[in-house]
Structure formats: C-alpha cells, structure tokens
Write a protein that binds this ligand. Structure first.
Ligand code: HEM
Length: 471
C-alpha cells in the first residue's frame, strides 16, 4: 500500500485549514462529529498545524502499544512559555528529557505513594470537616451551596495543604488578587484558543505581547511559593518538621543525590504544575458527580445507603474507608466516563510513524478524544445513561486504561496522570462526606443541565447550586 497516505478528513481551506470545522462547538464534540463522518482516525489541519485525531479505544490502544514514545511529547502552547515554564515543567518537557523523567520518578516514588498519602491525610481531612461545617451553616440559613465556587475552593485548599500545610485559596498578601483568582486566570489563559499556536508567524510579528498575561500570573504564583519556601527554610533551621510535599522536595534539594537539581526554581515550577493540573480537574469531577446523582436519585440513594452501612450516617469518612465503599467508587468511574474533565489528550509526534495503515507526519499534533471513547456505543451499552452499576462486581474496569483503553479519564501511556491515587482519594472523600451528612435539593426553580464550559478543564458551565439539609 501507499505508505504516505494520511488518514481521511475534511478538505482544508487555504490558511485556516480546518479550523472552521471545529469552531462553533466545544472541540471534543466537533471532533466526535467529524469522526462519525470520516472514521476513528482522521486528519485535520488546524491553521498551520497538521493534526491527527484518534476517536476509538482500538486505535488508541494500537497507538500507545506500538508508538507511545513517538507521540508522547507535547506541542508547547505559547502561554506556557512564560518564564520558560516549558523548560522546567513535567507537563510540557519532551518525553525523552532527563529532567522530565526525574520529575515523574519523584512524583511516583516520593509524593503520591500510599505511605506518603497516608502520612499527610490529616492535612486533607481537616479541610473536609471545614467544608461540612460550611454546608451545615448553609443548611441553617437555607442558602444554596454554589458548587462552582465551593468545589474549586476546597480542591485548592486540599492540594495546598498537601503541598504546603497551608490554606492558599483566599491568600492575597501583597496583591489585590486572591490565589484562587490567579490560578483561575492562568488556567483560562492556557486553555483558551490562541491564534499564535496555530499561526506561529504571529509570534514573529509580536514576540513580546502574546504570553504576557500568563507571565504576570506565573510571577505572582512564584512569589507566593517563594515566600513559603523561605519561611520553611527558617523553620527547618529550628528543626521543625512537617509531612507535606514541600518538605519532601526540600529534603531532596539538601541531599542532592538525585540526577536533577531540585532547586528553588524547579520546586516553584513543579508546584505551579500541580496546582494547574490538580485543582480544576478534581473540582469539575466533584461537581459533575453531584449533578449526576441529583439527576439519578436511585444512585444517590444507593450511595447514601452504602455510606450509612459502612461508616455510619453523619460520621466523618476516612481515606482508609474508601476500599470498603465500592459503589462510591463506581460513581466516580461512571462520572469520569461521561464527563472526563480532560476530554482531549493532545500530543506531538516526535517522529513520523504508521498507524492503522495511515501515515502520521513528524511534528503533527496527535489528539486522543477520550470524551468520545467514553461515549462510544460499540463499547458502552446506553452510553448516555448514568449507570454506576455497569462497573459493579465482576465488571470492575480499570481506571488506568488496562481494559483495552476503554476507560481512560486519566490519560494513557507515559504521560498518564501521575496523581491518580491522590485524586482517587480526595474526590470520593469530598463527595462521600457531602452525601453522608446532608440531603440535597435543587435551589428554587433551578434545573440540572449538562452544558459544558470550554477550556483546559471541562467543567459545568452554569454552577450547580444545591441547598443542603442537615441529616
Ligand atoms: C479527577 C482528577 C484528575 C483527572 C481527571 C486528571 C486527568 C489527567 C489527564 C487526562 C492527564 C494527561 C494529559 C495528557 O496526556 O495530555 C493528566 C496529567 C497530569 N496530571 Fe492529572 N488529573 C486529575 C488530578 C490531578 C491531580 C490532583 C494532580 C496533582 C496534584 C494532577 C497532576 C497531573 C500532572 C502533573 C500531569 C502531567 C503528567 C505528564 O505530563 O507527565 N492531576 N491528568
């Protein structure tokens, strides 16, 4: 056959290529529509950027099994080149970079191991109790809990306690903006459609202007992290030890026996990545799960019954309880199947390769549409129905894609989310705690819609507002 045959796809227009084919709807939906027409591997031209879109678990499996290293790098976005972030970032460094490999090893072996997470779980459980206390106050006044705000605030504080043993969400020392607003604007800048990523010539015309807005946000975050580092170094001189991630990283920088310089700069860039990757993804999942439970009262009832039986009504849930809450776990899987907060995995082919008989050119963007894999009717019966039971009993399906890449909300291959174990503790604990202490009702004549917000992380467009009723 013809080795250089590109996958099928709509005909590109001059200059804009196929950008017009993906505008008008969220990109994961547009791409699913195109896949329905052209197949589970298609080619597009987005501005100047040749793009291959994979939309089935079978093609994704072949790509990862045979060519993972060939397409596990990323095309840096202009926004993340601010402060040279792409040169220190686990998310953006190329897959063969030694620095990236060390950062992955550090996360896997020192930060998200069961031991470390057990050791610092108290830092998180205090935050959960505060969330519950807040909901009790709302229950007394009859006010709704706004999940758009509450979920993201708690996600930030849970993570900032895991990393710094401190609440960062409302921090605004020496600045007008709160920490949460800074993260929000950075995430927005990185996630939004940016012409320069598709027409690199623009960068040449205006080299300064484009990533200016992320620059300011990054600087603000680095200043905050830097202050924590200074303060911690002082405490360490007095021999005060903590159990958080910052201490682990500072130990590394003192021992200096790794093959990476865990210096101040590297710590700051790593923390930035953890906050960008770890807050909205967790809060969006919590909000989607709550929404689906409100729409599916039988699942809500079953989840509450399981909690009442295993931990006892109104009792606080400990992370160790999670293994005994299989239905809660099924709810998380089902939520991540229908509403993956990261619907598109976007990679870059470092070399050309052949996939399912088609040619994938060097430097093209390779996208795996995990949103459409989760809704693929050839894999899932009634794909649009929320049915946690599909994962019950012998049907347990691995959330890391081990089952033929059918369920891949945390990504695939070498760039798979390194914090699955942390996310799969914090999100179910938050959700379970909210269910175990309250009944929830929709506020007023509000309704439960599934409209999505577009951006780096796909959460609910209109915040879910629910009134808690203390049990
Ligand atoms: C429910 C919550 C979460 C979901 C659904 C999720 C999903 C993902 C996905 C799909 C990727 C792969 C992106 C790609 O291949 O292009 C990823 C990467 C990543 N995630 Fe998560 N994530 C979650 C929570 C977290 C948390 C809590 C953290 C950190 C504290 C985190 C840190 C990261 C990092 C650092 C990467 C980049 C890995 C690399 O490029 O090697 N994530 N995540």
């Amino acid at each position: 056959g013809n080795k250089k045959k590109l996958p099928p796809g709509p005909i590109p227009l001059p200059l804009i290529g196929n950008l017009h084919n993906i505008f008008g709807a969220p990109p994961h939906k547009s791409m699913e529509r195109l896949a329905n027409k052209y197949g589970s591997i298609i080619s597009l031209k987005l501005g100047r950027l040749p793009t291959i879109v994979i939309s089935s678990s079978a093609v994704a499996k072949e790509a990862v099994r045979k060519h993972d290293s060939a397409f596990s790098s990323k095309t840096p976005k202009d926004a993340v080149e601010a402060h040279n972030h792409h040169k220190f970032s686990i998310v953006w460094l190329p897959v063969d970079s030694g620095r990236r490999k060390s950062l992955r090893t550090i996360l896997n072996s020192c930060i998200v191991t069961a031991n470390k997470l057990d050791a610092n779980q108290d830092l998180r459980s205090t935050k959960i109790s505060e969330l519950i206390a807040y909901c009790h106050r709302c229950s007394q006044t009859g006010d709704a809990v706004d999940f758009g705000i509450a979920a993201s605030d708690i996600a930030i504080n849970v993570l900032s306690n895991t990393i710094f043993s401190a609440d960062l969400v409302d921090l605004c020392e020496k600045s007008e903006k709160k920490f949460k607003d800074v993260i929000r604007s950075i995430t927005f800048q990185i996630g939004k459609f940016n012409m320069v990523d598709y027409f690199p010539v623009l960068k040449w015309i205006d080299p300064q202007g484009i990533n200016g807005s992320t620059c300011a946000g990054f600087a603000e975050m680095f200043r905050i992290f830097g202050d924590f580092i200074d303060e911690r170094l002082e405490q360490r001189k007095k021999n005060q030890k903590t159990k958080d991630v910052l201490d682990i990283l500072l130990n590394m920088s003192e021992e200096n026996d790794g093959n990476i310089d865990m210096d101040r700069n590297q710590i700051e860039h790593l923390c930035l990545d953890l906050f960008i990757a770890g807050t909205d993804s967790s809060s969006a999942t919590l909000e989607w799960a709550m929404l689906e439970l409100m729409k599916n009262p039988h699942a809500m009832k079953k989840a509450k019954a399981e909690l009442a039986q295993v931990v006892g009504k109104k009792e606080a849930i400990k992370e160790a309880d999670l293994v005994r809450l299989p239905y809660l776990h099924c709810i998380l899987k089902e939520t991540l199947r229908i509403h993956p907060p990261v619907p598109l995995l976007s990679r870059k082919a470092e070399q050309e390769f052949e996939l399912c008989g088609y040619f994938v050119p060097k430097s093209s963007q390779v996208i795996i549409n995990i949103w459409s894999i989760g809704r693929d009717p050839t894999i899932w019966k009634d794909p649009l129905v929320f049915k946690p039971e599909r994962f019950w009993g012998s049907n347990v399906m691995d959330i890391r894609g081990q089952d033929d890449f059918k369920l891949v909300p945390f990504g695939v291959g070498r760039r798979m989310c390194p914090a699955i174990s942390l996310a799969m503790r914090t999100v179910p604990i938050m959700l379970g705690s909210l269910l175990n202490s309250f009944d929830w009702v929709v506020e007023g004549d509000d309704y439960l819609d599934v409209e999505e917000k577009s951006g780096l992380i796909v959460g609910k467009l209109r915040p879910l507002r629910l009134v808690p009723i203390s049990l």
